[in-house]
Design a protein around this ligand. Structure first.
Ligand code: Z5A
Ligand code: MG
Length: 197
């Protein structure tokens, strides 16, 4: 039940291709979990509001260039500047929904039962959605390659739920809710087992 919920919040990572619907689904999941009585925060990466985020934003929009290694490290630094507060939130029982993260940069990989949701969609389907094409990575060659790499990366991970993001907003949202509820139940069980010693 809500009252006996474990002291630690969950870190829910949502990954996937451009326009797969990650941000829409994160918003919907946040609303849903709040209605269920959970304390929830939603953050997205890149966080374009910080000084590092502003550099990333101008790179993505094409108004500034960055050397490939440098932009990679800027994305990583953008996560590190917020990592501490994520850790504090989780430790104080808040469930944090993270819109894009990086496996390599994940501070929490040692912690148990952190679900990653991968929103899978074909490059052609994604291209039909609003706003596509404005930024430098939003082209079919790049997106098709990224999809392949996500698939290879997630293939053997047991804690990754691959969601078909080509369905309607409501259908995708239901699939996500089921996956998250399973995971929260799992966290409760782990919490109870810990209490039992
Ligand atoms: N990037 C990187 O290179 N390295 C890193 O470490 C990180 C990121 C963290 C910008 O990211 C770029 O940064 C991204 C990866 C790179 N480039 N690429 N490719 P971003 O997160 O800021 O990207 P964005 O420009 O905000 O797009 P997005 O986040 O990928 O979109 P989304 O969140 O998945 O989709 P959405 O905003 O929820 O929905 C898009 C549209 O589709 C919108 O009009 C919705 O109403 C519609 N939509 C959503 N779901 C549906 C369904 N189910 N049916 C129909 N229509 C739908
Ligand atoms: Mg988004």
């Amino acid at each position: 039940s809500q009252q006996t919920r474990t002291q630690r919040g969950a870190l829910i990572v949502v990954e996937g291709l451009d326009r797969a619907g990650k941000s829409s689904q994160c918003e919907m999941l946040q609303t849903y979990l709040k209605e269920q009585g959970h304390s929830v925060k939603y953050i997205r990466f890149p966080d374009r509001t910080t000084p590092i985020g502003k550099l990333i934003d101008s790179y993505l929009r094409g108004s500034a260039n960055q050397e490939d290694h440098a932009i990679h490290l800027l994305f990583s630094a953008n996560r590190w500047e917020i990592a501490k507060s994520i850790e504090e939130d989780i430790n104080s029982g808040i469930t944090v929904i993270v819109d894009r993260y990086s496996y390599s940069g994940a501070v929490y990989s040692a912690a148990k039962a952190n679900p990653t949701l991968s929103l899978d969609i074909s490059a052609e389907e994604a291209a039909k959605r609003g706003g596509y094409g404005a930024e430098r990575y939003e082209n079919e060659t790049m997106q098709t390659r990224v999809r392949e790499l996500f698939r290879t990366l997630f293939e053997r991970q047991k804690d990754v739920y691959v969601v078909d993001a080509g369905k309607t907003l409501t259908e995708v949202s239901k699939d996500i809710q089921n996956a998250v509820l399973n995971c929260l139940a799992c966290l409760d069980t782990i919490g109870s087992l810990r209490k039992l010693g």
